[in-house]
Design a protein around this ligand. Sequence first.
Ligand SMILES: C[S@@+](CC[C@H](N)C(=O)[O-])C[C@H]1O[C@@H](n2cnc3c(N)ncnc32)[C@H](O)[C@@H]1O
Length: 244
Amino acid sequence: MATHDAQIASLLDQLALALASPATTHGLARTLRAAAKEAELHRHHRASLAGLPDGVLQASPAKVQIGGGGHRIDGFFNIDIVPPADLLWDVREGLPLADESTQEIFSEHFLEHIDYPRSAKTYAREAFRVLTPGGRLITGVPDAAFVLSQYPAGPEQAEEMIARWYAKRDCRKDINTYLDLINYVFRDQDDDPTYNPHYWAYDFEKLSQLFTEVGFAAVEPWSFDPSVANPKRQWASVYVVATK
Ligand SMILES: C[S@@+](CC[C@H](N)C(=O)[O-])C[C@H]1O[C@@H](n2cnc3c(N)ncnc32)[C@H](O)[C@@H]1O
């Protein structure tokens, strides 16, 4: 174990050196930055794993938020791969919760940031495993059906999307047509090492299929509740509740 962690530390040093070299080409630098980011996330995950006997939380939180980032929810135990979560944990490795121990799992604008099919299907299976019978998995994602339904969009529709989603980012000059906005939904932040990119796009049908495939009995639209969800996420998002 110590050897592995030392290897990762050494890898990070090597990556930093290569990235600092002017000889490193753009294509290689993109891959090295992604590797450095994954290595840092790996270190967070390993540190938490070291503190969890059997990789399972001893306390069984009734309500869990996954990938909440800075949006903490009162009464929820917050799991994310980066601070300020209650537990830093890479959900691609499964959920650190006992079987049938949790009543509700909530996430928004998280699922599209993990790779599909391996990690998205692992997450769906794990959520089903840890929820109590009748437990609820609430999931919100950018609604690809909405974004595609607007195509070809007029300037006003495009401007609304830019204002709501991208106004604070430095990508404004690179959004030149509505198709650029569609591309952002499918692979947002692919070139920004400080973010997790979008790996997959979802609509109601895809979310329903993903969750029924692993055993959820019913998947229905979730009525947006701003006391739980982040109000800035409501526009052009699709939220579902899957019941075990
Ligand atoms: C776009 S942010 C959304 C934050 C918040 N839910 C919101 O709507 O404002 C995506 C979040 O998912 C988290 N995340 C991405 N991949 C993850 C993983 N493999 N395990 C745990 N959290 C992850 C990120 O760290 C980030 O906080």
